[in-house]
Design a protein around this ligand. Sequence first.
Ligand SMILES: [Zn+2]
Length: 93
Amino acid sequence: MLEIPCPWCGPRDESEFAYGGEAHLNRPDPETASDREWAAYLYYRDNKAGVHAERWHHTHGCRRWFNAVRDTVTYRFHSVYTMDDEQPAEIDQ
Ligand SMILES: [Zn+2]
């Protein structure tokens, strides 16, 4: 079973968490965004193989959201950080 390191609780079993999707998405301004920009924000994700940033929720623990850098090929977690922290440099975007 996969072990996920919560920034507040430490390593816990995967069954305590809920996946929250890709991290660091920039919401377009609703007053000026085109239909194409809204569609991209709502429906399109990178889905790349390799290291990327994603959101997780410790649903059955501290109930806090956090970001993680994880390799989607190996499932290995490289780092976890709070929503207030800067995106780590190890992600190439
Ligand atoms: Zn936690």
